[in-house]
Design a protein around this ligand. Structure first.
Ligand code: LLP
Length: 417
């Protein structure tokens, strides 16, 4: 359920017409629905109402301040993977005690920043990282809360680029090694061992791989308890999928039931790192048809948004639904909807039946709230687009459209030229 619906033949975000937003803000533009963001966060949160838990929203999915603030206001924390994400989350008002820090490549200055901030824990992804965090924390006279990100070697059955829980992935520490690392962590001066962590992949449409991984970690937890290592936090990661097209992912409530059943006996505080599940269907990208081109072989619809604005189709062959902002086209046509970037991979829709868009028509790419703007770039020197948040009948620009001056900010022509 989302709040992008037609009123008459015009697509709206909550009570606001998208046509009106484009008239005021221009095109292309990302539009987020506050009601949908809230509804999705709350549904996820309520799925764990019966157990101690914290939702550490995965900042990478959409790191815009207004989006972060929405979740923080609802009690959310943050899952971060860089100093930049920590900065963004803090600026949006996050409680550092609700921040977990994952990622295989944490730099010294990022570790220091996180320690100074007083985050809850580092999800440690390698033996060397554990040593490094201990060294830095000791030097600073602090103790770093840590969990080991365990790579459980479970197939999440999703796109290979977003599969992280198999042994051949760069993520986490394998179970055997993790047991030894926990024992070593206990002896390190700068380390406070408080949790265990997993994140096996993204856009999962079944609960089984989560539960299988949890079962493996439970065996570890029992063994660790036997060795006198008692953990407080169980970080189940993110990864719960959404419907883009015909997928039928479990509802958060059903996912919650199974996760709670699998973890209840442990009596641990659960942490979750959802990204896509909360923001994916709460955002759309609105673009304008510039030209159309009909050929014997193929039809093309050229628009003012490209792979630099929404990279997912080009990168993963992902499906995003497309809907006309005003439904007044004369039928359907099989076409590619392509951007202005000079690459053949620059498409948002490939060989699909779509409305017969004409020059000037607006269209909305659905389910673009996660990994949409956050992955956008200025490739081909295209300034990044504006972002708007809608709440009821109000809307505001939450990120200004970039200008051409922004494109060369920080560049220098050297004195020897
Ligand atoms: N936690 C960790 C450690 C992660 O690496 C990720 C995502 C998440 C949580 C959140 O996963 P989610 O709940 O959103 O599935 N760009 C790709 C997705 C990359 C996911 C990277 N890690 C896409 O557009 O499909």
């Amino acid at each position: 359920m989302n709040h992008f619906q037609y009123k008459g033949n015009e697509l709206h975000a909550e009570e606001v017409s998208l046509k009106e937003i484009v008239a005021r803000v221009g095109s292309p533009v990302y539009v987020y629905s506050h009601a949908t963001l809230t509804r999705h966060f709350t549904a996820f949160d309520e799925a764990f109402a019966g157990v101690p838990h914290t939702i550490c929203y995965s900042v990478k999915a959409n790191s815009t301040q207004a989006v972060l603030r929405t979740f923080i206001t609802l009690g959310g924390g943050a899952d971060i993977v860089s100093g930049g994400e920590l900065y963004r989350a803090l600026q949006a008002g996050v409680d550092p005690k609700k921040v977990v820090y994952s990622g295989v490549g944490k730099k010294d200055d990022e570790i220091e920043y996180a320690l100074n901030t007083g985050i809850l824990m580092f999800n440690v992804e390698s033996e060397q990282e554990l040593t490094r965090i201990s060294e830095i924390a000791s030097r600073m006279g602090k103790k770093a809360g840590i969990a080991i990100r365990v790579n459980p070697d479970v197939d999440p059955q999703t796109h290979p680029y977003i599969t992280t829980g198999l042994k051949n992935a760069k993520f986490g520490i394998t179970i055997d090694r993790a047991m030894a690392e926990y024992a070593r962590a206990k002896t390190l001066p700068g380390i406070d061992v408080i949790g265990i962590d997993m994140h096996i992949g993204s856009q999962l449409t079944k609960v089984t791989p989560f539960v299988d991984s949890i079962e493996k970690l439970k065996t570890m937890i029992a063994n660790l308890r036997g060795q006198g290592i008692d953990l407080q936090y169980f970080d189940c990661g993110g990864g719960l999928g959404i419907q883009y097209s015909t997928e039928e992912p479990p509802l958060p409530a059903d996912y919650g039931k199974e996760i709670v059943a699998a973890t209840k006996e442990l009596g641990m505080h659960l942490l979750f790192e959802p990204g896509r599940n909360i923001v994916g269907n709460a955002g759309i990208l609105v673009a304008t048809c510039l030209f159309t081109k009909e050929r014997d072989e193929k039809n093309f619809i050229m628009i003012d948004a490209g792979m630099n604005d929404l990279a997912r189709p080009a990168l993963y062959g992902s499906f995003h639904g497309v809907q006309p902002v005003v439904k007044d086209q004369d039928g359907m046509i099989v076409a590619d909807i392509v951007g202005p970037i000079c690459e053949s991979g620059d498409f948002l829709v490939k060989d699909r039946e779509v409305p017969m868009f004409r020059q000037g028509d607006l269209m909305a790419f659905m389910s673009a709230g996660a990994y949409g703007f956050a992955m956008s770039s200025t490739y081909n020197s295209r300034p990044r687009v504006a972002e708007v948040m809608v709440k009821g009948n109000q809307f505001e620009v939450v990120r200004e459209r970039e200008t051409v001056e922004d494109l060369i900010r920080g560049e220098r022509v050297p004195s020897f030229l």
